[in-house]
Design a protein around this ligand. Structure first.
Ligand code: NAD
Length: 497
């Protein structure tokens, strides 16, 4: 059967690993093996980081315009290619239309990277004293590394290496071992666009590769996106070794439904945001709080959810694809059962969904649990599946205080037609990304991805101005140019004021 071997990308060459340890890549709709990915050897990982180190010298000295001119063709290659979405659906499972969105949101980051000539501007202050001016440069920091999750095979790697590289850094990527294909194609596009050998290297693997990145002294910064257990470990290891780390992690995103909201709009938004991508989005709206009489809308919410079509991602009309693995499916099903056992009401059960022709796929249909309370397991854990859990509150204040007690702070949304309610909510809720009648408020790349509290470690977020700050260091120059007749004639021994 079709089973291509994923290559490493080292010093501008796609090379077969010498490792004896391989992991299978599966199609989540069938669980057939569609490829295999190496656990790179120590020697190969060293070769990759050495290549980044060698390339840094010249890449960091290339003009900012030539770096920009590499990402402009990357933008167009990405815009017109047809393969990435297909690879995403094959390896990750999401529907083709959703996979195209995954690519498009990454494309927008590349577009933003092409503005680097403005983004990297420093500051100047003339005449801070007589004949003296101060100005700053933003300069690259060295070799940077990215560690990516499985759920956005295009968008999340594209949050990482384009911004890091356009700033003048060289980059070591470790994609998710479950979805390596997309990053390999991105590397090919970057090479076709003219990126010099060694500016991007790609290694594969799991813990050993992650530990290598956390420990290697040449790596100055790590961008991580994934679960809390991995992200907290990487943040701690990387920081201990003196690296900058930005770590985007798990979530429990609440949507607050006010009784004055537009009902039709709200129900559609909730259904799309809870079950799209089979709930495998860090910004999935997985938890709804119905305030007051809006609880009467539940039967309609259930009906609308039933109308979604569960199918393999490459099938026409599919709305909800499979979960990434049989383990993920079993975990989601057990969290549903915990909900039932702990007293929640199962309004819609997607556990026994049958998808014709795909008996072995990791499918779970849209599932809704109501009467959920904060002490239940299904509330405390990130489910990361097509499960919407529902709580009720008597007032907006009660909803806000519930959300602010939850440890995560990735995203949230309020549905209301009252501006004052929306304003109160955006000011009082302690969550980093807030939608007002917008269910998944992922900021465009001119802003930054500002998840907070338990959903983020570090102090500088991904992309936008903060992304540029993360991947650069500032040099501040103070210079004095005096006319010849104003030469300093005696040493100044006191602190200049
Ligand atoms: P994951 O943490 O299992 O894997 C992410 C990366 O870390 C992979 O490259 C993997 O090889 C590596 N890894 C996994 N376990 C590790 C460990 N114990 N030690 C060291 N490295 C390890 O995450 P995932 O399942 O691929 O992705 C889903 C998670 O990512 C969810 O929690 C989701 O909320 C989160 N996520 C967050 C954001 C965000 O921006 N906040 C975006 C997407 C996904």
């Amino acid at each position: 059967s079709f089973s291509p071997t994923t290559k490493l990308f080292i010093d501008g060459k796609f090379v077969e690993s010498n490792t004896s340890e391989w992991l299978d890549v599966h199609n989540p709709a069938t669980n057939e093996v569609v490829g295999r990915v190496p656990k790179a050897t120590q020697e190969e990982m060293l070769a990759a980081v050495d290549s980044c180190t060698r390339a840094f010298h010249s890449w960091s000295e290339t003009s900012i315009l030539s770096r920009q001119q590499i990402f402009l063709p990357v933008y167009f290659l990405l815009m017109f290619q047809k393969e990435l979405a297909k690879i995403i659906t094959l390896e990750q499972g999401k529907t083709l239309a959703d996979a195209e969105g995954d690519v498009f949101r990454g494309l927008q980051v590349v577009e933003h990277a092409c503005s680097i000539t403005s983004l990297m501007l420093g500051e100047t202050l003339p005449s801070i004293t007589k004949d003296m001016d101060t100005y700053t440069y933003r300069l690259p920091i060295g070799v940077c590394a990215g560690i990516a999750p499985f759920n956005f095979p295009a968008m999340i790697p594209l949050w990482m290496f384009p911004i890091g590289m356009v700033c003048g850094n060289t980059y070591l990527m470790k994609p998710s071992e479950r979805v390596p294909g997309c990053t390999m194609l991105l590397a090919k596009m970057l090479q076709d666009a003219g990126a010099p050998d060694g500016t991007l290297n790609i290694i594969h693997g799991q813990h050993a590769a992650v530990n290598f990145i956390c420990d290697h002294p040449a790596i100055k910064a790590i961008s991580f996106v994934g679960s809390n257990s991995a992200g907290e470990y990487i943040y701690e290891q990387g920081s201990k070794n003196g690296k900058r780390v930005q770590s985007n992690m798990g979530a429990k995103n609440h949507g607050v439904v006010m009784p004055d909201a537009n009902k039709e709009n709200t129900i559609n938004q909730l259904v799309g945001a809870a079950f799209g991508a089979a709930g495998q989005r860090c910004m999935a709206l997985s938890t709804a709080i119905f305030v007051g009489e809006s609880r009467d809308w539940l039967p309609e919410l259930v009906e609308r959810s039933k109308s979604l079509r569960v199918n393999a991602g490459d099938q026409p009309g599919a709305d909800v694809g499979p979960l990434i693995s049989p383990q993920a499916k079993a975990r989601v099903e057990s969290l549903i059962q915990f909900g039932v056992d702990e007293g929640a009401k199962l309004l819609l059960d997607g556990r026994n969904v049958k998808v014709q022709g795909y008996d072995n796929g990791n499918f779970v249909g849209p599932t809704i649990l109501s009467h959920v309370t904060p002490n239940m397991t299904c509330y405390k854990e990130e489910i990361f599946g097509p499960v919407l859990i529902i709580l009720e509150a008597d007032s907006l204040d009660e909803a806000i205080s519930l959300i602010n007690r939850n440890p995560y702070g990735n995203g949230t949304a309020i549905f209301t037609s009252n501006g004052a309610t929306a304003r109160k909510y955006t000011h009082e809720v302690d969550v980093g990304q807030i939608g007002v009648n917008v269910p998944i408020p992922v900021p465009l790349p001119m802003f930054s991805f500002t998840g907070s509290r338990g959903s983020f470690r570090g102090d500088t977020n991904f992309y936008g101005k903060q992304g540029i700050q993360f991947y650069t260091q500032v040099k501040t120059v103070t210079s004095q140019w005096k006319a010849e007749d104003a030469t300093v004639t005696s040493p100044a021994v006191t602190m200049p004021t």
